[in-house]
Design a protein around this ligand. Structure first.
Ligand code: TXA
Ligand code: MG
Length: 365
């Protein structure tokens, strides 16, 4: 956006800061209007692509999604091809209006309605019994469908304009780090999809919290952008599914390894990291550090590359930076990345879930 400071017409050029300021603000407002018009045109084009069965990557408040018309099985099949995602892993269906949930689902539990009222639009996905309009490919033939109303204005507008619910996984090849900027999507999938809407960086930075509600069960299948503590404030205590040992997970996509950089990653204790113990063991290797807080000066001698999630140790900031930091470390040709654990409260739960999944391969060898 360019804003040019024009001289005030009522006073000599440069004499009147107040009027110059007003005109500056007017120029800026005009620029913003132009930008909004351009975005609206882009969204209308994107909605057309979705209606014709194409694929559009779009920003949400959590991560970028790769969207297709959820009611068009052929369009949805392309998502699986482009991402190389196994067909057993069901997709989240995104809606822009509360009425859509009643079309997609056969029965909407009272507790689910409470959660919808409290947290939608927002980073919460609710798994409910599906109605027959949802194609089997979306739900991997499960009797349930995962539904979410995203809080990002571009995502909401896109769904509205497409006049159909949009099935969208994160816009990354299966198993890799989720994208939090349009450039991330372009780099990974740019040549294989029809359009990318650039809405800047995703403010939350980790995927939505997924909850399953049925009968007497309230189970968090994936910790994410909405802290479990906030959910419990509305519907009481919930169970948190552990994915490591389960033979047949309730959430088929929650494999032990996921959200992973190509570089092996190990979670080490804060002590080992700060005293350099881990690095000494790996003397001849190129080691990276994913630090939670501002690292000690010695760390800068001990590691070949360092990324810091949040200088002041703020969990919201750490979640927002997680995937971008891992992506940068992954580009540094390191032999190993050491990650410092974060406290498992609030968004820290989602960060640790992603780190454990990223670490799974390295720790199981
Ligand atoms: O924040 C998000 O949720 C992002 C943005 C784009 O909305 N989407 C996202 O989608 O993370 P995806 O496909 O990467 O992850 C969806 C997760 C998977 O773990 C999948 O197994 C689970 O939700 N899921 C989807 N439908 C389900 C169902 N019917 N039952 C259980 N789990 C389901
Ligand atoms: Mg994903």
């Amino acid at each position: 956006m360019t804003a040019v400071r024009t001289p005030c017409s009522r006073h000599a050029a440069g004499d009147c800061m107040m009027h110059a300021g007003v005109e500056y603000m007017e120029d800026e407002a005009e620029d913003m209007e132009d930008e909004a018009d351009d975005m609206e045109k882009l969204i209308i084009r994107a909605a057309e692509i979705i209606r014709r069965g194409g694929l559009v990557a779009f920003p949400t408040e959590t991560v970028y999604g790769l969207g297709a018309d959820a009611l068009n099985a052929r369009a949805v099949a392309r998502i699986f091809e482009v991402k190389r995602r196994p067909r057993f892993d069901p997709l989240i269906v995104h809606i822009s209006d509360f009425s859509m949930v009643y079309e997609l689902c056969d029965h909407v539990d009272e507790r689910a309605e409470k959660l919808m009222r409290a947290f939608w639009p927002g980073p919460l996905t609710i798994v409910l019994p599906k109605s027959e309009i949802v194609p089997d490919i979306v739900t991997a033939s499960l009797p349930t469908v995962a539904v979410r109303m995203p809080a990002h204005p571009i995502a909401l507008r896109l769904i509205e304009k497409a006049r159909t619910p949009i099935a969208a996984p994160s816009a990354n090849p299966f198993g890799y780090l989720s994208p939090t900027s349009a450039d991330d999507v372009r780099e990974m999938l740019g040549d294989r999809i029809d359009m990318i809407i650039d809405g800047g960086r995703c403010p939350i930075g980790v995927e939505s919290t997924v909850i399953y509600i049925a009968g007497d069960k309230k189970i968090v299948l994936r910790p994410g952008g909405l802290p479990v503590e906030e959910i419990e404030r509305v519907i009481g205590a919930v169970e948190i599914e552990s994915h490591e040992k389960k033979q047949k997970p309730r959430s088929p996509g929650q494999l032990p390894k996921h959200y992973a950089p190509r570089t092996p990653l190990v979670i080490a204790s804060a002590d080992e990291i700060r005293t350099g113990t881990v690095k000494r063991e790996m003397r001849h290797k190129r080691c990276g550090l994913l630090a939670f807080k501002k690292p000690t000066p010695e760390c800068y001698h001990n590691y070949d590359a360092i990324e810091v999630l949040s200088d002041k140790g703020d969990l919201v900031e750490a979640a927002a930076n997680l995937f971008a930091c891992l992506r940068r470390l992954d580009r540094r040709n390191l032999d190993i990345i050491y990650a410092e654990p974060v406290p498992e409260v609030g968004l820290g739960r989602a960060v640790m879930d992603r780190l454990r999944k990223a670490a799974w391969k390295a720790s199981s060898q």
